[in-house]
Design a protein around this ligand. Structure first.
Ligand code: SF4
Length: 332
């Protein structure tokens, strides 16, 4: 896991909110996603993780920053070059039904990106659709049926087949199992794990559910109020988050932590308004460790141990593990 596939630099997404206020949904995010890894992106609903995922593949247009795919900034691509590059970057949505045309057969829906983005012939597309339907466990005989004939779990398998049709290198999976029953969730996660392995996929797996993320991710990135506040390997994160927010998230599901049993930490208060974030550390209004400097100075995302970055003045890892590295990312 050493070759960057995507290098995201100072990525910003802003919207116009009520009363003309600017909502900064994604705030100067720096993130590297390595070839072949699955990066789990976690955080509360409304923290900006879906917007970040959509903006990386330009389903939502970023307001600023750069997204380097294999070294080339794709934020400036237009026309045919953009469409061809975009075929390498696909998305699995939480609600696949919304992205499927109810009047078309699923065979036609899965074939469509192959015909449009890859220039496949009808015969090539038909053969690829049959293979994909077999791979996602629906069987090729499903090609002639329409979306309403399938269950929620089956529809997500169709969504996965459609995303994989152009043979992408990178997939954003946005809460792909959160609308499914728990028993079906496990089946779809196992399917995704097999496809990642067999196809050498790189994935950004977005979820609010740490239990699901633990099963599939190699690394974890935690997002809060539009910023990345911690990046760690899966094992390091579940052994003990370095950011107080991650600590609180994990304490709410103690069965997941490898660390000795911890007290449950209640996250008090709501996520602050992204149009009016608190000064200093944006988490200080809910942090039980906050001191004066937290209310005035925004911490930088900095490397505190090998491969581990945290945006906190007082990270929660043993002092012996702290590196002397200077900040690696700017404040925002
Ligand atoms: Fe808490 Fe301060 Fe760290 Fe922010 S910088 S997470 S307020 S300790």
């Amino acid at each position: 896991m050493t070759t960057p596939l995507l290098e995201i630099e100072k990525l910003r997404v802003e919207f116009s909110g009520s009363a003309g206020r600017r909502v900064r949904a994604v705030r100067d995010v720096d993130l590297t996603i390595y070839e072949g890894e699955t990066l789990g992106l976690v955080g509360e609903s409304g923290c900006g993780k879906s917007t970040l995922g959509r903006s990386i593949i330009r389903v939502t247009e970023p307001t600023g920053g750069a997204i380097r795919y294999l070294g080339h900034d794709i934020t400036r691509l237009r026309g045919t070059v953009f469409r061809q590059t975009r075929a390498d970057l696909q998305m699995v949505f939480q609600d696949p039904f919304g992205s499927l045309n109810p009047r078309r057969t699923i065979g036609d829906s899965i074939a469509e990106p192959l015909l449009r983005a890859r220039g496949a012939t009808r015969a090539e597309a038909r053969a690829a659709v049959d293979d994909l339907l077999d791979q996602v466990g629906l069987g090729r005989e499903a090609a002639g049926r329409r979306p309403h004939e399938f269950s929620g779990g089956q529809r997500q398998r169709i969504g996965i087949a459609r995303a994989l049709a152009p043979s992408p290198r990178f997939v954003v999976a946005d809460e792909p199992v959160s609308a499914l029953d728990v028993s079906i969730q496990a089946q779809v996660i196992n399917l995704l794990s097999d496809l990642i392995r067999d196809r050498g996929l790189t994935m950004l797996f977005i979820s609010h559910d740490l239990g699901v993320v633990r099963h599939i991710a190699d690394r974890i990135a935690v997002m809060y109020l539009g910023e990345i506040i911690e990046i760690a390997s899966r094992d390091d994160f579940f052994a003990g988050p370095a950011h107080p927010y991650g600590e609180a998230l994990l304490s709410s599901v103690p069965a997941l932590s490898a660390a000795p049993a911890r007290e449950r930490i209640e996250l008090t208060g709501e996520l602050p308004d992204p149009a009016d974030p608190p000064p200093g550390c944006t988490f200080h209004t809910r942090c039980r460790y906050a001191v004066d400097v937290c209310r005035t100075e925004a911490p930088a995302l900095r490397e505190v141990a090998d491969g581990r970055q945290v945006r906190c003045h007082l990270p929660l890892i043993p002092v012996s593990a702290l590196s002397t590295a200077s900040p690696v990312k700017g404040t925002s």
